[in-house]
Design a protein around this ligand. Structure first.
Ligand SMILES: [Cu+2]
Length: 500
């Protein structure tokens, strides 16, 4: 028997519902917008939890007055599930990963650089040569665009929530410049999937290096000496692959992808591990890519960051966070002001604001999505509401956090290593300017943490030490940076805890 078209498919009663897997899907974007106008937020965990009894009273059949439209009314089963959620103490839970991308065809489709046809690659080459040939003062020239990130403009936002949004707009701006080259109006920026070796295509002109045509340090305020003449430099392909392994880049990306929550730069969640993998990837590719002031001049920067944007969109898709309303549901316990506050959401020098970057018209030929339905998402942290039922699972990692690093005292990007019995067991690269005190964003987020996830075997019964190296300054400083001058960071080790 087929179901008549107008009969809603009843929701099954869920005995142990969670916010991320079940409850958040009950509030349609129009419901969230409708109630937001009345000052009631239905779009975040904290607000739904706070208003749960009121929501239940207004939505329970048969005399529900919310939602106002007949089609939106909750079934008795859904109402029961919601009641179960209240009775069980509002579990937050984990996402149910989405395995197939939905939505409309993207306006701009970006591809893996190795899959471009020869004709597409030739056009991309024309576009790069075109922007590189523009004058050093042209707003859509390569020198100017790369100079927004580090020297001379230093607009880039790192280690804070606008990191992903800012770079999403920046890439689009660069892509617009490529498309403004005659004949290249359909070019899109391809990506380098860093789980594969640096493609041969990026090792020939104009993608292999960039000879700076002017002195970006002389144009900066205040001027920075010794930045000219300069040609970008990279490590060998074999060394890049080895560095990505050494700094746990693919491991941090994998961890980021399983996160149910967006988190924050220093709180477990997508953002924490995305930024950490981004930093270490920069340090893996070359001396130029490891220096914030100069990294964007290396042509590989654009392909590298395009991949980071692809990973972010992958995470958004997995977590049903490709709309602003959906994205907000992943901010549980987090600060949303960076999306809403006019003092906090701008992405200078661009006109777009952070909230406008969430629902993007850019797509990728391939997203990093789970291949099977049982891929486990996680929401593990160092602490949990005592009202929860929680567990420590033997397979879960130990988190060793080097906490309270005063990065403003460290002159440039640095490597932080965790050594067991004198041998490094984990290393991460932290990406920052040579003079972080002159960077307003760095000053605002001057104290940082590095999170290592380790198995118990790697750390138990071993003598652990932490060291910081500043690769660009080893001659002046010696081999290790004194921890006392880096804010005397502490080591916090915890078993990660999750809802049972
Ligand atoms: Cu970057």
């Amino acid at each position: 028997m087929t179901t008549p078209p107008n009969t809603p498919v009843p929701d099954p009663v869920v005995a142990n519902p969670t916010y991320l897997a079940d409850i958040r899907t009950y509030f349609r974007p129009e419901d969230v917008a409708h109630m937001a106008a009345k000052g009631i937020d239905l779009g975040t965990y904290d607000a739904v939890k706070r208003n749960a009894l009121t929501i239940f009273a207004h939505t329970a059949p048969p005399n529900a007055d919310m939602p106002p439209d007949a089609a939106g009314k909750w079934s008795a089963n859904r109402s029961q599930t919601f009641k179960n959620w209240i009775v069980n103490g509002f579990p937050l839970g984990t996402s149910t990963p989405v395995t197939t991308p939905g939505g409309a065809a993207p306006a701009r489709l970006r591809k893996n650089v190795i899959t471009l046809t020869d004709a597409e690659f030739a056009l991309l080459t024309t576009a790069f040569n075109g922007v590189m040939a523009r004058s050093t003062t042209a707003p859509d020239g390569y020198f100017t665009l790369a100079g927004q990130h580090g020297l001379p403009k230093a607009w880039c936002l790192h280690h804070e929530p606008r990191f992903n949004p800012w770079h999403r707009v920046y890439l689009r701006e660069f892509e617009d410049a490529l498309r403004s080259v005659p004949g290249c109006q359909d070019v899109t920026l391809p990506y380098w999937d860093i789980s594969t070796p640096l493609p041969d295509r990026l090792q020939h002109p104009p993608f292999d290096r960039y000879v700076l045509p002017a002195d970006p340090g002389a144009m900066a305020t205040p001027p920075v000496p010794d930045t000219f003449p300069y040609t970008t430099q990279r490590y060998s392909v074999a060394d890049i692959t080895a560095n990505l392994e050494r700094f746990g880049v693919l491991a941090d990306i994998a961890t980021s992808m399983t996160q149910s929550l967006w988190g924050a730069s220093d709180i477990n969640g997508y953002q924490k591990f995305s930024i950490q993998s981004h930093d270490s990837g920069h340090g893996s590719v070359g001396p130029t890519m490891g220096v914030q002031e100069l990294s964007a001049f290396d042509p590989v920067f654009w392909f590298y960051h395009c991949n980071i944007d692809r990973l972010w969109l992958s995470w958004q898709t997995r977590n049903q966070a490709t709309t602003l309303a959906g994205f907000r549901t992943t901010l549980a316990g987090g600060d949303v002001s960076w999306l809403t506050d006019p003092d906090l959401n701008p992405l200078p020098p661009f006109t777009a604001t952070a909230d406008q970057t969430i629902d993007t018209d850019i797509g990728y030929d391939q997203l990093d999505l789970p291949t099977h339905a049982e891929t486990v998402m996680e929401n593990l942290s160092g602490s949990i509401d005592a009202a929860r039922t929680f567990s420590f699972r033997s397979a879960d990692p130990v988190s060793v956090r080097v906490k309270g690093i005063d990065r403003l005292n460290i002159p440039g990007s640095f490597i932080i290593s965790l050594l067991a019995d004198g041998e490094p067991v984990a290393e991460r690269f932290f990406f920052q300017p040579n003079n972080p005190r002159q960077c307003a964003t760095c000053v605002k987020h001057g104290t940082v943490n590095i999170d290592f996830r380790l198995t118990r075997e790697e750390v138990l019964d071993r003598a652990l030490t932490v060291r910081i190296d500043v690769p660009g300054h080893s001659e002046e400083i010696g081999t290790a940076f004194p921890l006392a001058q880096a804010g005397n960071p502490t080591v916090n080790a915890r078993l990660l805890v999750g809802e049972a």
